[in-house]
Design a protein around this ligand. Sequence first.
Ligand code: SAH
Ligand code: SF4
Ligand code: F3S
Length: 444
Amino acid sequence: MIKSFMMDKYYFIMTYGCQMNIHESEKLAGILEETGYLPAQSVADADIIVLNTCCIRETAEQKIIGHIGSLKKLKKNKPALKIILCGCMTQQNGKGLEIKEKFPFVDYILGTHNIGDLRSLLSGGAGGVFVEDTDGYINDDLPVTRTSMPNAWVNIIYGCNNFCTYCIVPYVRGRERSRTMDSVKAEVERLVKEGYKEITLLGQNVNSYGHDLNDGTTFAKLLNLLADIPGKFRLRFMTSHPKDFTDDVIDAIASHDKICKHIHLPVQSGATAILKAMNRKYSREDYLALVAKIKDRIPSVGITTDIMVGFNGESERDFEDTLDLVEKCRFSGAFCFIYSKRKGTAGYNMTNIVQYEVKKERIKRLLALQNKITREENKKYIGNVFEILVEDINDRFENTYCGRTDCGRLVNFKSDADIRNKFVKVRVTRGATATLWGEVTEVE
Ligand code: SAH
Ligand code: SF4
Ligand code: F3S
């Protein structure tokens, strides 16, 4: 450990975007703590502020730009403050220099393949823009300061090869790079020994895990290997791409109690023509058949999804196909987005754009439908007892804790004792739109 001789110094990390970024922030925190920095309680107390950014939609970028602007005053009052920008936004073509010009008070701008450079910067390297244009390498030897007990995030594959025409991720995260099964297994074994009770495997497309290794490694083999690790823990994973969700993965989920019966399976659209324009490589019928097969093999499964409205060329008829697919699949939850065009993607140059007013009206209809389905599906849980891993306190209510069922539903329940990090049995008593409520019947 490199410990420098200095007064206590504090860091604050602001994380935007997906679970990948949440986990990457744990790696940034690991590097900062290794160098002697301590976590600050607020931005104002920090000597180093890191913004770990996202650029999946324009709204995400606008929010971050606003936050960078608001740091100017802080930097003026405290010139020794170091401001670091990293994550997906900085990796976009030319964006690093553009940000540095607009916000000269930002000290370091690091691309997604440059996280490791943080170490040299902390040991006194000069400020500037460090954005490497490479397909990326694997950073699985970085120290990690985990913040999500009882859950631990574990990367299994970095990058993406799919180039969906709306999506910026392949451009900012590089090509697919899988970790070896041995390396993932060793990390999971260590985490289980350290007391983590839920392991969430991360990848933009976990189903293509192993393909790049060319040694017969597959996601199903990895799941089987990890589920055989002794100890009481749960395995989750995200995200699954429908195009290569193979039968052996369904079999692995069905046959191991440790693998949660929750699949996040983004559909994006219910119209084959739009899926084709999006380069998703499956049709409406393929998706419906896959959902039917999964539900047949794993009756207790919870399937959630991502849906986008207003992609280029989406007609009213196409959108109605999406509503119809939502009715048919009865997702237990859906993240719904308005399509936002991203510079550098194939979608950016398409001319058949959908007007913003139309997009807004469509997302309203979609949300109303999914909320109705979520409420109806929630009713089916009432009266049943589920095993739940208690994840946190729900501080909006007195003596209330929350956690998820095996199939991914969030449940709130009361307890006088602190039951965090324990497995409990909960009888569901009522359902609100987003969450269920229940009473604890048994504590491990
Ligand atoms: N790798 C995952 C998704 C990562 S991005 C997958 O393939 O499913 C998370 C979600 O953001 C996507 O599923 C999509 O619904 C949404 N999204 C991606 N690009 C978008 C864009 N340009 N505008 C609006 N939503 C977008
Ligand atoms: Fe983006 Fe598609 Fe890759 Fe997911 S699979 S990260 S949506 S390009
Ligand atoms: Fe995630 Fe946003 Fe990057 S969704 S991969 S942090 S663009």
